[in-house]
Design a protein around this ligand. Structure first.
Ligand SMILES: NC(=O)c1ccc[n+]([C@@H]2O[C@H](COP(=O)([O-])OP(=O)(O)OC[C@H]3O[C@@H](n4cnc5c(N)ncnc54)[C@H](OP(=O)(O)O)[C@@H]3O)[C@@H](O)[C@H]2O)c1
Length: 274
């Protein structure tokens, strides 16, 4: 049994169908019950079996109930924490919006952590299993506009890094996939429906399958690893370059060339007070 959150999204659907072709039993989770049921039908057609749990990861009690319901059917061989939510806002648009962090922390950190903790205990007791969490290639490099998203994703990453040594000693491997840009509904509002350099959902699903099948702790694009080292070694220079380059990067990725730098990063003369 493999538990998959974010199953109805772009990457989740591709991944669920790939796992179905392996004949797996999937526990599919997201908030929208109708979409989950439709996906479960496709999973069965593709050769797998599926049960569904509609659950909002921001509701910790609901997450605990879902974990208990899953465990009634057995101990999963793997948990894939794929669900995520992103908000793209520059600094000026972020002022007065601390609730962005609260919203994203529920979906990207607290909900997945609650689910993983509940399932990890019996997996450790059984002495085998795999936890795969999908974060973002932007978490370890300064990326203007993605502050709340990167903070909550790297929170999950840091939490799992600290759990990894003990979990691994009990037979449960933990792998984080730092996903680059993928052409899904999540990327569309910022970069359009077909961004340059983006992976297809199937290519992204293949990255997650690599994390599931192997024994690696981190799967990440080469440039994200270099970026992580550079931003640790030269944080001020990296921040300067990221600020200067963000409008250029957005225009490069977006084919319709309508992307604009954030207002906060364009030069603005100070307002005169009369
Ligand atoms: N697309 C990219 O460029 C990109 C880049 C880096 C990392 N990622 C990460 O890859 C993962 C999958 O992204 P995607 O591109 O497939 O996104 P997507 O198409 O927007 O799918 C997001 C999935 O998460 C579920 N979800 C969202 N909020 C939820 C909540 N509060 N509770 C439970 N489920 C929730 C959605 O279903 P419901 O709305 O029905 O709940 C959906 O199944 C995410 O973790 C994302 O952060 C994506």
């Amino acid at each position: 049994m493999i538990v998959l959150t974010g199953a109805t999204g772009g990457i989740g659907t591709a991944l669920a169908l790939a796992l179905a072709r392996r004949g797996k039993h999937l526990v599919l989770s997201a908030r929208d019950e109708a979409r989950l049921q439709a996906l479960a039908a496709r999973v069965r057609e593709a050769g797998g079996t599926a049960t569904v749990h509609a659950c909002d990861l921001r509701d910790q009690e609901a997450v605990s109930h879902m974990a208990a319901a899953i465990l009634q059917d057995g101990v999963p061989e793997a948990v894939i924490a794929l669900a995520g939510h992103s908000i793209h806002r520059g600094l000026s648009e972020t002022f007065g919006r601390p609730h962005d962090l609260v919203r994203l922390a529920g979906t990207n950190l607290l909900g997945p952590a609650t689910l993983i903790l509940a399932l990890l205990e019996p997996m450790c007791a059984r002495g085998r299993g795999r936890v795969v969490a999908v974060t973002s290639a932007t978490t370890r490099i300064p990326t203007p506009g993605w502050a709340a998203y990167a903070a909550t994703k790297s929170g999950l990453d840091t939490w799992l890094r600290a759990l990894r040594p003990e979990a691994s000693a009990r037979g449960v491997g933990i792998c984080v996939v730092e996903m680059p840009l993928v052409a899904t509904a999540m990327a569309a509002p910022t970069y359009g429906s077909d961004p340059r350099t983006a992976l297809s959902p199937e290519q992204a699903a293949a990255m997650v399958l690599r994390a599931l099948d192997g024994d690696r702790s981190l799967i990440s694009p080469w440039w994200a690893r270099i970026g992580a080292v550079v931003s640790q070694a030269a944080p001020a220079r990296s921040a300067h370059l990221a600020g200067r380059g963000q409008g250029w990067v957005a225009r490069l990725l977006r084919r319709d060339r309508s992307a604009r730098p954030f207002r906060s990063l364009r030069h603005r003369a100070p307002e005169r007070r009369s």
